[in-house]
Design a protein around this ligand. Structure first.
Ligand SMILES: [Zn+2]
Length: 393
């Protein structure tokens, strides 16, 4: 047709050229004739693995495990003292390419690059916030620990008592192939506390009973203690998820280390002096793994029945937390309102047979502070790493 048109023209060469251009405009570019662009997209080699997150106490805060310095990294379940600054780093990589074809002809390839790694900080109180780690160049992998290659680690501060969660997520640049942009979210957990957690350990392992229900055996002559034990057991189940079955007159034989007997033979101090304590615990040995090996014993003073119900309840829960592996907490920051592991004599006017009710602010059972130290994400190989606490004098 073109050939015929040119041949039939009687005008000059220039006029023919103009006519040709007009023909193109009218025939080929006519908007009513345009169909969908025949462009096709082929994504290939697409992977979006989970990013890694790294939380560390920001110097000068150092971390220790059982008193030994271990640097500044805060793996899941680490405890940081309130006021500790931290940094969250991320390492992420993705892959993927988008080949673009037009009219079936290869046109070009888009490389799928990282846009940012989102770090969402979710504090125990208040709103979360999102900050980004962005690469300094087009790249399919980044690691903010490599100084100068990204916008750098995201800062944080442990301000409130409780659990801090850091959600790490990779976001890719959009592509013409519409490849999904987001990775899974990876969670990192750190516990903020003012009260230094302390554990009972053996051979580097936390003391604890074998997993399963625990029996609490009350001798028949101490049966009035049963409702107190039931109240403590309810709290312990709610906070630790461990069931304590309270029985009267059913000895521990056959239950091994998952049984605790109650007695009232803890010696009273001479001349009614303020006692060193109101109760104690002892028991049937420990395996090198930290697992308790035999039945256990909790003793109260013989005048326990004169004391307020809830003071006894708190005291029993305290002794049970020893059984589950928590030590007393006597360092600064620990008080009667944020842990029941503060020894009994720290509770206002708490003589062992004190009939006065506990102040309302004093917890009767395990606090979050206690629970976090026992049921963190790594229990029963409890993460005992603590950061930002001054050394015990
Ligand atoms: Zn104690």
């Amino acid at each position: 047709m073109l050939r015929g048109l040119v041949r039939s023209s009687s005008c000059s060469y220039l006029a023919s050229a103009w006519r040709l251009i007009l023909l193109f405009v009218v025939v080929l570019m006519n908007p009513f004739e345009v169909k969908a662009q025949p462009v096709t997209y082929y994504p290939w080699g697409v992977t979006t693995p989970d990013p890694q997150g790294f939380v560390r106490a920001f110097p000068p805060a150092e971390c220790t495990v059982d008193g030994v310095a271990v640097g500044s990294s805060m793996p899941d379940g680490t405890f940081g003292k309130i006021g500790t600054s931290l940094r969250v780093d991320a390492a992420a990589s993705i892959s993927g390419w988008c080949d673009i074809y037009i009219w079936g002809q290869y046109y070009r390839t888009e490389t799928r690059n990282i846009n940012a790694v989102h770090v969402t900080t979710l504090p125990p109180i208040g709103d979360g916030n999102i900050l980004n780690i962005t690469p300094n160049t087009w790249t399919q992998s980044l690691d903010s620990r490599n100084v100068g290659t990204t916008s750098g680690a995201v800062p944080g501060l442990l301000q409130h008592e409780g659990r801090y969660r850091f959600d790490i997520q990779t976001r890719a640049m959009p592509t013409a192939c519409q490849i999904p942009m987001f990775s899974n979210v990876v969670e990192k957990l750190v516990f903020a506390t003012d009260c230094r957690p302390q554990w009972l350990t053996e051979n580097g392992n936390m003391l604890r009973p074998p997993p399963g229900d625990v029996r609490f055996n009350i001798p028949p002559e101490l049966a009035p203690f049963q409702p107190i034990a039931e109240a403590a057991a309810t709290d312990l189940y709610a906070s630790l998820g461990v069931r304590i079955i309270v029985t009267v007159g059913q000895p521990c034989a056959g239950y091994g280390a998952r049984c605790v007997t109650f007695r009232d033979t803890y010696p009273s101090p001479p001349n009614n002096q303020r006692p060193r304590g109101c109760a104690d615990h002892s028991g049937g040995g420990v395996w090198p793994t930290g697992l308790r090996a035999g039945p256990w014993l909790i003793r109260f003073r013989s005048d326990w029945y004169e004391a307020d119900f809830e003071r006894n309840q708190r005291r029993l829960a305290h002794e049970f937390l020893h059984y589950f592996g928590l030590d007393n907490r006597q360092t600064s920051g620990c008080n009667q309102n944020n842990t029941i592991m503060r020894p009994a004599d720290a509770v206002t006017t708490d003589w062992c047979n004190d009939p006065n009710p506990l102040p309302a602010t004093v917890p009767r059972g395990p606090t979050d502070n206690d629970r976090n130290a026992l049921v963190g994400p790594t229990y029963p190989t409890q993460n005992r790493r603590i950061c930002g606490f001054p050394p015990i004098p």
